[in-house]
Design a protein around this ligand. Structure first.
Ligand code: 13P
Ligand code: SF4
Length: 310
């Protein structure tokens, strides 16, 4: 059944010149039919290079918006229109403008998990894999890091010479994991290395053997000689790793780290979107529509990210 739908998607993709980009948190059956899979940084860099007429993003809304900004001449679709990231919606441009008015010399660094509207008032965008490198490379000392105060704390720790101001925002999924969860996982698997996403709270990140993006965690586990790992990010990553490296053992840090938004996209959504792109009027395809003005303003901080992080 899954194989049948996958084959139909592969045909639709070819017939309609579609490139599928899937975030690493997507389910295995989606990752298998994707052209490009990776963390937010890889997806945004690759989105700029796509040559197909259509891009189909399997992930959350801000990722599809980013792909549209980087490939404005392509038609960009999100496989499930309901899939949003709550962190991306946490702050309004007005709040940031008010802080900028008080402290005009403080540069605004935003995590890529933000709406395009919020990006229009930011100077530099970062992803979890590029944040430390980019902030270190900035000439400015005074920085406002939004919206994730946990990723922001992680960056501040790595860049002690910077004056980094944080606001209360972050990922409700990763932030739900506590030091007690970590202690329990370590007690259950004392020989395992702990690999976490920097969206986790500092009490967890500081105790980890490695903190990094979803791709960073996967690369670390692939290269490491260790045989057991506790994975502190969305549970799909432990699952993907277990399939890829059956000789190693992967444990989830907590059953709480399930992103309900990333889980919304199904293989059937991908199939129906491909049908819709192909002109089948009985199937809906959710297209990302943005004005040229919004793209131009929001893209400034993304171009800066690619310039500083590449
Ligand atoms: P990455 O940048 O590691 O892909 O993370 C995106 C995300 O939403 C993590 O929760
Ligand atoms: Fe957003 Fe958190 Fe889900 Fe990532 S895991 S998409 S940051 S809610």
């Amino acid at each position: 059944m899954i194989r049948d739908i996958q084959e139909k998607i592969l045909k639709l993709k070819k017939d309609n010149d579609i490139c599928i980009l899937a975030h690493s948190y997507q389910a295995k059956e989606i990752v298998e039919i994707a052209d490009i899979t990776g963390d937010s940084y890889k997806l945004s860099v690759e989105a700029a290079k796509v040559e197909n007429k259509n891009i189909l993003l399997c992930g959350v809304h801000f990722m599809a918006e980013t792909a549209k900004m980087l490939s404005p001449d392509k038609r960009v679709f999100l496989a499930n229109p309901e899939a949003g990231c709550p962190m991306a919606e946490q702050m309004e441009p007005e709040l940031i403008n008010a802080i900028k008015a008080q402290e005009p010399d403080r540069k605004v660094v935003c995590y890529i998990n933000t709406t395009a509207a919020l990006k229009t008032v930011c100077d530099v965008c970062v992803t979890s894999s590029s944040a430390v490198k980019i902030v270190k490379g900035m000439e400015d000392k005074k920085i406002l890091f939004i919206p994730d105060c946990n990723l922001g704390s992680y960056v501040a720790e790595a860049c002690p010479d910077k004056d980094i101001k944080l606001l209360q925002g972050g990922c409700p999924v990763h932030a739900s994991v506590t030091k007690a969860d970590l202690d329990a996982a370590k007690a259950a698997h004392p020989n395992a290395l702990v690999l976490v996403h920097p969206e986790c709270v500092p009490a967890v990140t500081k105790q980890a053997d490695y903190a990094g993006s979803t791709s960073g965690i996967m690369e670390f586990a692939a290269k490491s000689d260790a045989k057991e790992f506790i994975i502190g990010t969305e549970i799909s990553i432990a699952e993907h790793l277990q399939y890829k490296f059956p000789e190693k053992k992967f444990y989830i840090l907590s059953k709480k780290i399930i992103c309900p938004n990333m889980k919304l996209t199904t293989l059937v959504d991908v199939y129906n979107t491909c049908r819709g792109i192909g002109g089948d009027s009985s199937a809906d395809a959710f297209e990302i529509i943005m004005s040229d003005e919004l793209i131009a303003k929001a893209k400034v901080c993304i171009d800066e990210m690619i310039r500083l992080g590449g």
